[in-house]
Design a binder for this molecule. Structure first.
Ligand SMILES: [Zn+2]
Length: 274
């Protein structure tokens, strides 16, 4: 008999229980990494078990600021994040510069009719689906039923390029941060639920002094290519989550450094191994 899966809502979506029952794209990236960021099974598992709770970075908070502005929950978000406000000086109580910047970026997107149209779908739409042998949960920023899937990204620079040493070429921000994989999973999950394969877009705004906005379609070839190798990765993640395998340590993340144990001296030639 199969166990009935937890029914997800905005209240329990990020709960420990939901994270153990379902795989999400962010969990997947924690375990396997992206082109720009190495994954770490050791810290990913510790995060799931509640043994490691990293403070949200400034960039993550700035992104959440715009997400909640679009979701219509900005006041609540501000109330829960006192660290976004200045506590002393003549501007005490005002937003810190980074969040004024986020507000300006949001305002910029609001001046564009097409951007607003793409972002006018159902907000934070949750779906679940069985894919690649795992139960997945997804939360879409702007879901237009029967039409398309849109994900909002607040990034450093829309035209940023990242050099990938192993490949020997530059990739754009979508490939670097695995946003193609994210949308590919969303597309498959929606297809499982509705039978429709929908086009996928990134609604991007960046952090340049004058924020630039863009709507970017990720083509089907790229979506499909981003899923290469996912099956075996998912299989390993499920075993790790069940505790059947020992997690690998990346050796470079905050959690690995915090828990580093010396066993013997190293040769100085290993210090700048890359
Ligand atoms: Zn690590």
């Amino acid at each position: 008999m199969t166990k009935t899966l937890l029914k997800l809502s905005s209240d329990n979506y990020y709960s420990k229980e939901a994270n153990f029952e379902y795989l999400s794209v962010s969990q997947y990236k924690d375990f396997c990494g992206t082109m720009a960021k190495k994954g770490c099974e050791y810290s990913a598992l510790a995060k799931l078990r509640g043994e490691y709770t990293p403070e949200p970075s400034k960039d993550m908070l700035m992104g959440s600021y715009i997400d909640s502005a679009y979701e219509g929950t900005l006041e609540e978000f501000k109330n829960n994040r006192p660290e976004m406000f200045l506590t002393s000086g003549k501007n005490a109580g005002q937003l810190k510069a980074d969040f004024i910047k986020a507000q300006n970026a949001y305002d910029r997107t609001q001046r564009d009719e097409l951007f607003k149209l793409y972002m006018s779908g159902e907000k934070q739409k949750i779906m679940t689906a069985e894919l690649f042998g795992a139960n997945w949960k997804i939360k879409m920023d702007s879901y237009h039923a029967d039409k398309c899937i849109v994900d909002l990204k607040y990034i450093k620079d829309i035209h940023d390029r990242t050099w990938i040493k192993d490949l020997g070429y530059f990739v754009n921000f979508i490939e670097a941060w695995g946003y193609d994989l994210q949308l590919a999973i969303y597309q498959l999950a929606v297809e499982k639920n509705t039978g429709q394969k929908l086009p996928c877009y990134i609604a991007a705004v960046d952090k340049k002094t004058t924020p630039e906005i863009e709507l970017i379609q990720i083509n089907q070839i790229q979506l499909d290519a981003s899923l290469i190798g996912i099956e075996s990765n998912v299989k390993r993640i499920l075993e790790l989550k069940k505790g059947n395998l020992e997690p690998d340590k990346c050796g470079v993340c905050e959690y690995c450094l915090e828990n580093k144990i010396l066993t013997s001296p190293i040769d100085s030639s290993r210090l700048i191994e890359i």
